[in-house]
Design a protein around this ligand. Structure first.
Ligand SMILES: [Zn+2]
Length: 354
């Protein structure tokens, strides 16, 4: 015991020296503002209840969804101004072909009867129709009718599946399939085959919440696919949807965002290159770049700055202006979350010792 005491003292003082040296670690947060998970609410087929019921519920709870519209099924043409208003409210309009060709025998038109030229026209013409209403250059997303990844007679379906992806890639930067369902790991998405959470038909609020739960628990992305809301086909009740929206409104630690925005953030984060230059005195310069089309990939990335040591405050500056930093104390470190717009190339981060 006698011999151990000096050793302990040396060890303690070494620890305190380390604690006084501020160490800065910078990463890109998994989700914007380091939220716990991402949820997207998507609606297929351009249905009347999307305009009459889903849109108003989203607005009431300050949420935005993605409407994958089929532009040749009637409801698009008939109520174009209302679809436009939905987009103006912050919702995304995506491409779901003109006539919804599908391999399912009970749904018409049958995509077994389609040639490659016909399928390409389906995707192209609805992309154009949507782009006329949403005249922005942010790019489009796509959802495959019936979740099918091919078309044409069985003999051609293997080679046509390659063509289908090629046509989609010409008009979309991200696409959703539908099927058995599952959460999406942002580090491992297939950008033209993002799966949904499975069938929502007749699910009540607790059933819908149970579908979202694995994504929330595992910090992943869950994509709901809805059809009718409070009526029409494959529907959920208006009250079940309203309760889900109220829940997401009350749980802002979950990032509820349009499908395309989640694809944008995932791709920006994955392609971001960060270089950190120590400037001394507890400050660092963070050089940021991501080699993506900034017209489409226009979301800010959240830098997560972790400073260990006895730190009082953390500030972030770019181009001579302060960037908003949300600063939190976590055990023996300070964490600052800084949203960096795409045009910013260098962020100067300074931490002041206590
Ligand atoms: Zn559909």
């Amino acid at each position: 015991m006698k011999g151990l005491l000096p050793f302990l003292l040396v060890l303690l003082s070494a620890v305190s020296v380390v604690a006084q040296q501020a160490r800065t670690k910078v990463t890109v947060a998994r989700w914007p503002q380091d939220r716990s998970a991402a949820i997207s609410l998507t609606f297929d087929d351009a249905m009347a209840t999307h305009l009459d019921i889903a849109g108003p519920i989203l607005k009431k709870h300050r949420l935005n969804g993605t409407f994958f519209v089929s532009t040749g099924l009637g409801m698009w043409e008939k109520r174009k101004g209302e679809w436009e208003q939905l987009a103006k409210d912050g919702n995304e309009l995506g491409d779901h072909t003109v006539h919804h060709p599908c391999l399912l025998p009970e749904i018409e038109p049958h995509s077994q009867d389609y040639s490659p030229e016909m399928m390409q026209a389906e995707i192209r013409d609805s992309a154009r129709a949507v782009s006329e209403v949403v005249p922005r250059q942010r790019g489009l997303t796509f959802a495959y009718p019936c979740g099918d990844l091919s078309f044409g007679p069985p003999a051609d379906q293997a080679k046509n599946s390659v063509l289908y992806l090629k046509f989609v890639a010409e008009y979309a930067f991200g696409a959703r399939i539908s099927g058995p369902g599952g959460t999406q790991d942002p580090d491992d998405i297939s950008v033209l085959a993002i799966t949904d959470l499975g069938s929502t038909e007749k699910k009540d609020f607790s059933g819908l919440l149970a579908m979202a739960d694995p994504a929330v628990q595992q910090h992943q992305w869950g994509v709901f696919c809805f059809h009718g809301i409070g009526g029409e086909y494959l529907s959920v009740s208006a009250s079940a949807f309203d309760e889900l929206a109220a829940y997401l409104d009350a749980h802002r630690e979950i990032w509820t965002a349009p499908f395309g925005d989640v694809v944008r953030y995932i791709q920006e984060r994955k392609s971001a290159v960060i270089e950190i230059h120590e400037k001394g005195g507890g400050s660092v310069d963070v050089a940021l770049s991501w080699p993506l089309d900034s017209q489409i990939y226009d979301l800010p990335l959240t830098l997560k700055v972790e400073v260990t040591g006895d730190v009082k405050e953390v500030t972030a500056m770019a181009d001579g202006d302060y960037l908003q930093a949300r600063v939190m104390k976590q055990n023996d470190s300070v964490v600052a979350l800084v949203d960096v717009p795409p045009n910013i190339k260098v962020v100067h981060i300074a931490s002041a010792a206590r």
